[in-house]
Design a protein around this ligand. Sequence first.
Ligand SMILES: CC1=C(CCC(=O)O)c2cc3nc(cc4[nH]c(cc5[nH]c(cc1n2)c(C)c5CCC(=O)O)c(CCC(=O)O)c4C)C(CCC(=O)O)=C3C
Ligand SMILES: [Fe+2]
Length: 351
Amino acid sequence: MTYDALLLLSFGGPERPADVRPFLENVTRGRGVPPERLDEVVEHYLHFGGVSPINRLNRDIITAVEAEFASAGTDLPVYFGNRNWHPMVEDTVARMRDDGVRSALVFPTSAWGGYSGCRQYHEDVARARAAVDGAPELTKVRQYYDHPLLVAAVAEAIVAARQQLPEAQRADARLVFTAHSVPVAADASAGPPSGGGRLYSRQVAEAARLSAAAAGVDEYDVVWQSRSGPPQVPWLEPDICDHLDAVAASGATAVIVCPVGFVSDHLEVIWDLDTEARDRSAELGLGFVRAGTPGTDRRFARLIAELVAEQTEGAPARRLGVEPLYGVGTNGALCAIDCCAPPRRPGRPPR
Ligand SMILES: CC1=C(CCC(=O)O)c2cc3nc(cc4[nH]c(cc5[nH]c(cc1n2)c(C)c5CCC(=O)O)c(CCC(=O)O)c4C)C(CCC(=O)O)=C3C
Ligand SMILES: [Fe+2]
């Protein structure tokens, strides 16, 4: 197939204090997130001056991809659109149409299956196209959680993180992987209905296994972070901060936290890990170091170029894992019928 553009599709984040609340209202509309939780998250963003790092990091990724395309002779302009904040994907798709783009590939900044990590990006594509007369065809690329370039970048970050610990703490530092928690019900329905569910947590477990092995680490844990939603709704556990108690009790001297679930240093990484988990570790007398994320690694831009080549040239899909892999769809078509069904929210009519 031929395509005439690439759209990097992401979550979005505020870039000034006045945008924090409207951004959070976009994120949580109709999702049953209690106002108390929202107030807390407003504070997290204000702690960083109301500026999320996410848009800047995505622009950096785009610059790296443009360089990658230029050196490979790939003539593909790269556009940037978000689900929740400016540049909004609807506006970007309108601009693509105005620029004469007829058919584009979509790279989502989530590597994962599941409702939040995959299906919601298909929904964003469908919504943007519905809003724009004459919108281009938009084909989303596949999930890439176990791509060899991603695993290599994560593994290298783990090795580099260990080196930052005082020498005496390096040998028994515990490696702990984290990913964004989701409701247990959302994980249960992740993947096609025939696939047994839990696609998201299975992929996270596999990414952790592959990254630990590539970093030469035998023992590690996989835990969750950034839980949202009302307290009575179960989400994937344990939370990183609770888990640190267990790590300290086990006699480890330090912890290496690897946010394998995030492509770059989003607000959840710099708040929930670099601030909260670091403070908790200090209280427990545990050394703390956080592994970097792969988005800024040159290999990540190459990964994007490879996913593009899979679609344009039929290049083989390079991967290290064995869990099911989905994610390709045109114009918002789901990966499979009823794939990653959104959980019914109590008190709301089904959509
Ligand atoms: C699986 C997953 C990923 C990874 C895959 C991917 O990358 O897409 C992810 C990424 C992100 N989540 C982000 C921010 C937020 N997520 C929220 C809320 C939620 N996340 C959820 C899941 C995920 N989220 C869920 C199930 C909710 C509950 C509401 C709902 O059902 O949708 C809220 C609401 C407030 C709160 O935290 O309660 C915020 C502000 C940012 C941007 C941060 C920045 O500014 O740098 C990023 C990259
Ligand atoms: Fe989130």
